[in-house]
Ligand binder design. Structure first.
Ligand code: TRP
Length: 355
């Protein structure tokens, strides 16, 4: 079966290295392995971002272009992948409206991801209806393109499960035309949930604990130097703890075959480095310097590409508009099939019977 891949991000902030290892890197790999019949869509989910930013549209607007720059910077290639803006494809809203009837309010309220986001955002009793129902609109995003694979972060699994339920309901009520989408997670488990610099919650803009793809080398260095390690590892000779040590959690996510050879040849691999740290005699400064080198090597080409695209924002907007036109044509065609399955394609039927 050919692959149809769809994913996206809410433009509420620049993308950070948690997004990178958790999903963006995976997407670039998928893009580079596409077969001739495969399709891949990456969507900037501005409409979804508005579900909790109705009073701050400017924030969404400002970040739309930042996210587009981040996409191009990591190597998403508009000649291989359709990059588009959610609100530029109004068919998605129409799919959403019909899906609303296939899910109950209580089921949405029980969705673990939605539930924890509601708590985190401190809506109290004032949950925007649009926010509560974002899994429904996300189902529209996926099914409008017949996507079968959805590369997302681990936190989105519960939302995807909800999409699968809606698909099953649609298929059993009307006609079995929709595909149940599957999540694609990174294979390196330490990439699933990169903690923030403080080692606490996950990396996020609102907590101010993130390293951004657009950060300068100096910013990255300063942030790494402030990172949480083992509070009881005071002297270099003290034995240190690896568990919960943010620097090592990041190394788990970023170190590759050549990292040691290139930057720390006195160790063969991460296990050796960890052993030394546990025994004592290895200082945080040295480990942090290594992390900086590894990270900076990965971020340098990304930063350079970002700066290049940032000098020509008109070209970036053109990429987004062209992508949106392409995406819209596909969503439109699928909407006609969808309405046929629901038996509400009145006109097509009317004119067919006249012939
Ligand atoms: N919910 C995703 C996020 O939090 C964004 C998104 C919107 C999405 N529609 C999607 C992801 C469809 C995957 C598929 O950033």
């Amino acid at each position: 079966m050919s692959k149809i891949i769809l994913t996206g991000d809410r433009p509420t902030g620049k993308l950070h290295i948690g997004h990178y290892v958790g999903s963006l890197k995976n997407r670039v790999q998928m893009q580079n392995n596409l077969q001739p019949d495969d399709k891949m869509y990456v969507m900037i989910a501005d409409s979804q971002a508005m579900t909790d930013n109705a009073g701050n549209i400017q924030k969404v607007r400002d970040n739309l272009i930042e996210v587009a720059l981040d996409y191009l910077a990591v190597g998403l290639d508009p000649s291989k992948v359709t990059i588009f803006i959610q609100s530029e494809v109004p068919e998605l809203t129409e799919f959403t409206y019909y899906y609303m009837n296939l899910v109950t309010v209580s089921r949405l309220q029980r969705n673990p991801t939605v539930k924890s986001e509601i708590q985190q955002k401190e809506f109290g009793r004032s949950i925007p209806a649009g926010f509560l129902t974002y899994p429904v609109s996300q189902t529209a995003d996926i099914t409008a393109f017949n996507a079968n694979l959805v590369p997302v972060g681990e936190d989105q699994l519960a939302v995807l499960e909800q999409s699968r339920e809606i698909v099953r309901t649609f298929n059993s009520l009307y006609a079995p035309i929709l595909v149940e989408p599957e999540a694609v997670l990174p294979s390196n488990k330490s990439c699933l949930r990169l903690p923030g610099l403080d080692g606490k919650a996950k990396m996020s803009k609102s907590l101010g604990n993130a390293i951004y793809l657009s950060d300068s080398p100096d910013d990255v260095k300063t942030k790494i130097n402030k990172m949480y390690t083992d509070p009881n590892h005071i002297k270099v000779s003290d034995p240190g703890k690896i568990e919960g040590n943010t620097v090592f959690l990041y190394l788990d996510a970023f170190v590759n075959d050549t990292s040691f050879e290139e930057f720390l040849p006195e160790y063969k691999n991460l296990d050796e480095l960890k052993d030394h740290y546990r025994k004592g005699g290895l200082g945080d400064i040295k480990v942090k310097k290594f992390l900086f080198d590894v990270l900076n090597k990965e971020l340098t080409p990304i930063r350079e590409r970002r700066q290049k695209f940032a000098q020509n924002l008109d070209a970036v907007y053109k990429i987004l508009f062209d992508g949106s036109d392409k995406a819209r044509a596909v969503a439109h065609e699928n909407l006609l099939k969808f309405k046929h399955a629901m038996n509400i394609d009145y006109r097509a039927e009317f004119y067919k019977n006249k012939k």
